[in-house]
Design a binder for this molecule. Sequence first.
Ligand code: FAD
Length: 578
Amino acid sequence: MGDIPDRVSQVDCDILVIGGGTAGPMAAYKAKVKNPKARVVLLEKANVKRSGAISMGMDGLNNAVIPGHATPEQYTKEITIANDGICDQAPVYKYAERCFEIIQELDKFGIRFLKDEKGDFDVKKVHHIGTYVLPMPNGDTVKKALYRQLRRAQILISNRYMATRLLTGRDGRIAGAVAVNTRTSEFLVLRAKAVILCLGAAGRLGLPTSGYMFGTYENAANSGDGYAMAYHAGAGLANLECFQINPLIKDYNGPSCAYVAGPFGGYTANNEGMRFIECDYWSGQMMLEFYNELLSGKGPVFLKLDHLANETIGEIESILHRVERPTRGRFHEGRGTDYRHRMIEMHISEIGFCSGHSASGVFVDEFARTTVPGLYAAGDMANVPHNYMLGAFTNGAIAGEHAIDYAAETDLGEFDPEDVAAECRRVLAPTLREDGIPPNQIEYKTRRFVNDYLQPPKVTRKYELATDRFAEIRDDLEHGMVARDPHELMRSLEAASILDCADMAVCASLFRTESRWGLYHYRTDFPERDNDNWLCHTILSKRDGAMVCETRPVAPYIVPIADDERDAYDRQRIGRRA
Ligand SMILES: Cc1cc2nc3c(=O)[nH]c(=O)nc-3n(C[C@H](O)[C@H](O)[C@H](O)COP(=O)(O)OP(=O)(O)OC[C@H]3O[C@@H](n4cnc5c(N)ncnc54)[C@H](O)[C@@H]3O)c2cc1C
């Protein structure tokens, strides 16, 4: 590899926010607004202007708790039930209490939300029980609006820096992070009193059925670095066996999206055009019914809109083809699929970790604190279940506000310089080889095996085989991978994160010896749900260099769930009609 600057620059700050997608900008903004004198750094692997899951915009808020339409109690109850009871309710309740204020703030930033003729928020019902979906007619402006606020608040933005490892002090407190420039390979050590992880989902874990490595459902820059970094820093990660698997448009690999089309009368149907699930809100049980239908002889599964009026379809197109994914209209045009005449073929996504749509993430409490002092996490990588975009904004805000108070009472932590030196050696190892295996081959092989062995239904024997295959890949990665330029160096680091996530997926899945969350954790060797032994979190962490799992009780509910409500999400299949 060409010249790599041997200089390691260092920056000191009060708060380091890693990941400038959705949660990160809000965390940085709230911290800075609360203490304008503080040094707040926002570090991003891409460019904050257009990074993360909302890079092109977003069609709406999936989970808005708006007074007059829903209460924090109702929302907390719905999410607890949707998540099969495994839910520490305090963070969910706190989100539900705060999110309306965040909507109003986003409104002031210039992001508009759909209102009815009386000027009230026009919230739509998609969930099984309550009403929470709020469309965003100018959702394509969300990133621009956020960026303006970051500039106004004078946040220090470092684009094109990829964080690789966290630094902790001898006392176990967070002390900062190491990052590497994705264009020059220059190292940057960031010392910080508090660090907020907002690195998004582990979206490049499974391989899309299209075979394209970057054609993932999730933002493809989210390669699980946050999960890997939290793990290596000793933080606990919760319920990683609760995979993210989403319904999507086949070959396009984007959302279909029943959340937009549902309120207009669209729905998910089988090849006979019949509805087979009660509710299009995504849950593990819904995905299991989807999967069963695919295998039943009544698949494929489709998004059905062809029964709707031309004007209604026009309205749906004006959202789905313009706001979040402008490529979607072009995809349908190219394929010759018009919603008016044909149902649109859907499929099942590759697996990943994500709490935005599921519940797999770094364990946090209601202040977004992880188990490492001074380390916070928010957004898709923190385990507040089903928290989506508004959850990223709200929990990002909560993290920023708490972290800035924490930073006011603490000094910069002291880390061991040898930790930085060791990280530089790890990062640079693939650059020192003359020849070897390029990172894309390491990544492709890992993700192909993720599909072969980890995609649910989960079979114990397959998971055991995966353990062996991943160990072989790790040997190749550590001793044979080559990086020939800064771009490949970034990819080599991502390949390492992806492999870490694959190992974590195996470890957590084998630990929970029951089935739960529908398809997300359906184990053929333990097909039943076992509430007597497993109505608890699984926490995965690194101890003495090894990956370990343990159980953690679910915190006592603050919103009680009646016995006859507990299984509301289990009854997804539409019964046979006489
Ligand atoms: C296709 C799709 C459609 C969706 N539709 C909706 C919807 O309609 N409504 C809704 O409410 N929610 C929706 N969501 C969910 C919502 O977008 C996410 O929950 C939310 O944006 C997650 O925010 P985040 O900050 O956690 O992650 P992101 O916004 O993805 O940000 C993560 C950031 O971290 C950066 N990063 C990653 N690794 C590193 C590293 N090593 N160093 C530095 N930076 C790094 C990335 O570049 C990225 O900018 C959708 C998600 C997807 C993928």
